[in-house]
Write a protein that binds this ligand. Structure first.
Ligand code: ZN
Length: 454
């Protein structure tokens, strides 16, 4: 027993001693030691990086697997890199492949270092280290915790708008919404420049990526102080900043959730103080969007409500000036009802309504050709809220009949409708529905049709 304990202690001491020795040796020697039991390992003399003189280049090979990697001189960082290279070489060697891993320093500043490790047949791995902390950075390390979700949503919004416009790899709308979804995993590879952060989005399994450069200004209040713009982010080789920095949020309507269950809530005949506000509050609580088909005659007295709808990302549609039966109007009456309302909405919110809903759903050829077939919006679920005036009757009837892609008709002039709307938004959100504006719904339907035709 005693002897055994002594042996154990001896063994422990030996271990400690060897740990001490190892920690005293340089990185290249560590690699030498750890690989010395294995055959065909070689370490060549470190050279200097082509751009950054302060960075040494180390090489390592293991059978037919070889790697070239930077040595910074910061223990934690160098260890991390070395471990990564070692595990990749082992994997390549075990797979019986012949490959060389190379690297590229994308950015090197006082605060951070970003390295791309390039391996044939595998997607490039970009690592960013905080040199002052000596740690590798994850997306969550950049953003104040309370803003994490908001920030991911902002990035998703920007990324999906950007890919729709500029991506040349021709992703389907569904894939765009998947690769840009507000999940930290999608934004795990980034480079922190002085004025912008570049995210390297993985697009597909062919290792294609997209570089998204976003100005820090867009999310400055969400960033942790260390990563805000400042000299400590200037590149040591000069003042390099990425090209094509996005510095504005995309316009509304560009965040389409193609894969999700979407429906459009519509409210007619308002706005009305005390009712429309309650609906806007509920929409806000559930991050839901709706479309308000307003009457021009009600807009002047409710400018604030109209502005709020617009500011909070809802859509405003035209529902005539004072709710006549359009089929009974003269042609000039039709024009006046539409134009007068349109210009007032534009005057108040800065945006002219693109959609029109005829009162009572009544229209004829003159109305259709004036507003355009696609702009004339009816509904497929009538909540009959104007008739019931009772939330307990409206809610179950609506919730039971809703289906994916529905346009729901309600009226934001009765308190009972507001009460019902709050419940409907809550209930359908729980069922996984996402509330979008009518224009967004039409766009999603169009894109799904395109996707299914591909
Ligand atoms: Zn109406």
């Amino acid at each position: 027993m005693r002897k055994e304990r002594l042996n154990k202690r001896k063994h422990k001491m030996l271990l400690q001693l060897s740990a001490l020795l190892i920690s005293m040796l340089t990185v290249s020697i560590i690699i030498n030691l750890s690989l010395s039991q294995k055959a065909s390992t070689s370490v060549s003399k470190p050279q200097v990086d082509a751009v950054y003189e302060e960075v040494r280049v180390s090489t390592l090979s293991f059978g037919d697997a070889a790697a070239e990697f930077p040595v910074i001189g910061l223990n934690e960082v160098d260890k991390y890199i070395e471990t990564y290279i070692h595990s990749r070489l082992t994997a390549i060697h075990h797979a019986g492949e012949e490959k060389t891993i190379t690297y590229d320093i994308l950015h090197y500043s006082q605060q951070t270092l970003s390295i791309a490790f390039v391996e044939p047949g595998v997607s490039t791995e970009i690592m960013t280290f905080d040199l002052e902390k000596g740690t590798i950075l994850a997306f969550e390390d950049l953003i104040l915790e309370e803003h994490l979700l908001d920030c991911l949503e902002l990035l998703a919004e920007i990324a999906s708008a950007e890919l729709k416009e500029h991506d040349s790899s021709r992703l389907s709308a569904k894939d765009i919404s998947r690769v840009t979804a507000p999940e930290a995993e999608n934004y795990r590879q980034f480079i922190i420049y002085n004025q912008a952060i570049v995210f390297n989005l993985a697009l597909n399994d062919k290792n294609e990526t997209y570089q998204l450069a976003i100005s820090k200004q867009l999310f400055d209040d969400m960033l942790i102080d260390d990563y805000k713009a400042g000299e400590h982010h200037d590149d040591l080789s000069g003042n390099y900043e990425p090209a094509n920095i996005i510095s504005e949020r995309p316009t509304m309507g560009s965040t389409l959730s193609i894969g999700q269950k979407v429906i459009a809530l519509t409210f007619d005949d308002g706005p009305k103080a005390g009712v429309t506000d309650a609906i806007l509050d509920a929409l806000n609580d559930y991050k839901a969007k709706a479309t308000f088909f307003v009457l021009g005659s009600r807009c002047e007295a409710n400018e604030d409500l109209l502005k709020r709808m617009s500011k909070e990302g809802h859509e405003i549609g035209n529902h005539t000036w004072n709710h006549p039966k359009m089929t009974a109007e003269s042609s000039s009456g039709i024009t006046e009802q539409i134009e007068k309302t349109k210009s007032l909405i534009k005057q108040i919110t800065g945006t002219a309504p693109g959609l029109f809903r005829p009162p009572y759903g009544l229209f004829d050829e003159r109305v259709t050709s004036y507003v355009g077939k696609e702009q004339l919006i009816l509904w497929d679920i009538d909540t009959l809220d104007w008739k019931y005036r009772n939330a307990d009757m409206i809610v179950p009837a609506t919730v039971d009949s809703v289906k994916e892609g529905s346009i729901i008709l309600m009226h934001d002039i009765y308190p009972s409708s507001a009460e019902a709307a709050v419940e409907i938004i809550r209930e359908l959100s729980l069922q996984g529905y996402e509330f979008v504006t009518v224009s967004e719904l039409l766009e999603i339907k169009k894109q799904r049709l395109e996707d299914s035709n591909v």
